[in-house]
Design a protein around this ligand. Structure first.
Ligand SMILES: *Cc1c(COP(=O)(O)O)cnc(C)c1O
Length: 494
């Protein structure tokens, strides 16, 4: 890799990139000398050099707009550009967050409508757009469950059942909310072990159960076949059911969690409803509840304050539900995400969303079947939007899932999710999403098969991969602990 100059190395004294308009306000005195920092070395570069520098840097990165990104559990689907146009409408993007309800009727109408649509998708009664991400939605949900029990005079209900096939945020959320986790094992088919659950629900801990948190489809990509029995057991024990619905991409128009009996769930608008994510960008973890938990929703909550008539739109405003868990975030959630999700749902419609899920499931199953001769697929039955395979080969002990992932980068793909879920050894969790073509899926299958062959014939090729990326194999532990935020030294080494 050639050395990538830093913006400082490009700097030449006196070169200027800014083109300021001529002064049309009274000239002010310059800042006093003691407020100026002469030791600050700012780069002096032309506009073109700045543009080239940052475009070059952006091309060192990998993105969904560049290639296939089968990162399981993350739903890296295409984000239609129309969403971006809508989010940038001046009336939305330019709205001041302190605008009062009356001055923000359009934005409130959008939020209200989105709440209604999400409730329709899940079969639940009411939705809050307040939480900023999936894990934040979980936190809201568990706080509501906790408050529900306290309100009913059962404060001793402090335990949440969590299957070991749950997303890692689930047990973390329980702990954050001050409750404790009872871990449930999976059976050899990848479903929750119902006998183990039954024992707990009918045992001495029965009256301490606050509820259960379950990821559906599970992180194995599997629909929980005993879900109705599970819900019945937990409800009978006095607990509530939380569904981690981050992966509604598999279920839209097929399964309504509210109809199954779930009391509360969250959605990841930044996964299922196609808003850009990754890199720590804003998300939205809307949370939906049934009638039992409606009074506990976070506040402020968007609702109709005065019903409309044939001629006039309703008046929207903020309300505080009667027993609200309160505010979890400044202002009203990540509104830019709401506009994008609104545009997405509006563009697809109900039947469109149903097709999204059908194709997401079809694509995942297509890859699963395509690879099941070459790789070990531990739970080889019809999957949801994703599936897990084992990234190792008989007789080639030194090749691990990580090496397969690194080698995939040489073929131009983002690696799948590695070493998650934890209950599968050398796990590679693959989620293609509905937005990929059959050709892309076929090319990916071919690449995975080639890598399997390379592993047997020339394992060193995998162990030293990637070879074609801007930086080659990194020491992952050191890379996470000693962040090098300027790329130049890294590129020099490789
Ligand atoms: C992504 C994901 C989460 C967490 O969502 P964040 O927005 O990253 O907080 C929780 N559960 C599941 C199943 C997920 O896939």
């Amino acid at each position: 890799m050639t050395h990538e100059p830093t913006i400082y190395e490009l700097s030449q004294p006196g070169r200027i990139g800014a083109n300021l308009p001529s002064l049309d306000v009274p000239k002010a005195d310059p800042l006093p000398a003691d407020l100026l920092r002469t030791e600050l070395k700012l780069p002096e570069v032309s506009e073109l050099e700045v543009i080239r520098h940052f475009v070059r840097l952006s091309q060192l990165n990998y993105a969904i707009d560049k290639g296939f990104y089968p990162l399981g559990s993350c739903t890296m689907k295409y984000n239609p550009r129309i969403n971006e146009d809508v989010a940038r409408y001046e009336g939305f993007a330019g709205l001041h967050p302190l605008t009062d309800g009356e001055g923000a009727q359009g934005a409130l109408a959008l939020m209200y409508q989105l709440q209604q649509w999400l409730a329709e998708v899940s079969g639940l009664d009411s939705v809050s757009l307040h939480p900023a991400a999936g894990a934040h939605g979980e936190f809201a949900g568990i706080l509501m469950i906790r408050k529900y029990h306290i309100d009913r005079g059962e404060p001793q209900r402090t335990k949440i059942l969590v299957p070991n096939s749950a997303h890692g945020t689930n047990p973390a959320t329980v702990t954050m909310a001050g409750l404790s986790v009872i871990e449930l094992p999976a059976d050899d088919k990848g479903d929750v072990d119902i006998e183990a659950l039954k024992k707990i629900c009918e045992g001495p801990e029965r009256d301490t159960i606050a509820g259960m948190m379950i990821t559906v489809p599970s992180t194995l990509g599997l629909f929980e076949r005993g879900i109705l029995k599970i819900i019945e057991l937990v409800h009978d024990a006095g607990g509530l059911m939380y569904m981690d619905g981050a992966n509604m991409n598999a279920l839209m128009g097929v399964v309504k969690p509210g109809k199954l009996g779930f009391d509360v769930m969250h959605y990841n608008l930044h996964k299922t409803f196609s808003t850009p994510h990754g890199g720590g960008g804003p998300g939205s973890g809307a949370v939906g509840v049934n009638e039992k938990l409606k009074p506990f929703l976070p506040a402020p909550h968007v609702d109709i304050i005065e019903p409309g008539t044939d001629d006039e739109a309703p008046l929207y405003g903020f309300v505080t539900p009667e027993k609200s868990i309160g505010r979890l975030k400044a202002f009203h959630g990540n509104f830019g995400m709401h506009t994008r999700a609104y545009a997405y749902i509006r563009a697809y419609g109900g039947e469109g969303l149903h097709q999204v899920s059908r194709h997401a499931v079809l694509n995942a199953n297509y890859i699963r079947v395509g690879l099941s001769d070459t790789y070990t697929v531990p739970y080889d039955r019809a999957c949801g939007h994703e599936f897990v395979l084992e990234g190792h080969f008989e007789g080639v002990d030194k090749v691990h899932a990580l090496d397969i992932s690194k080698r995939l980068m040489d073929y131009g793909y983002h690696p799948p999710t590695n070493y998650f879920p934890l209950i599968v050894p050398e796990a590679l969790l693959i989620e293609p999403t509905e937005t990929e073509t059959k050709e892309t899926l076929d090319q990916f299958i071919t690449a995975m098969k080639k890598i399997a062959q390379e592993a047997k014939e020339n394992p060193e090729l995998l162990l030293s991969a990637p070879h074609k990326t801007p930086v080659s194999r990194l020491d992952e532990v050191r890379a996470a602990k000693q962040l090098v935020l300027c790329c130049a030294p890294l590129l020099k080494d490789s």
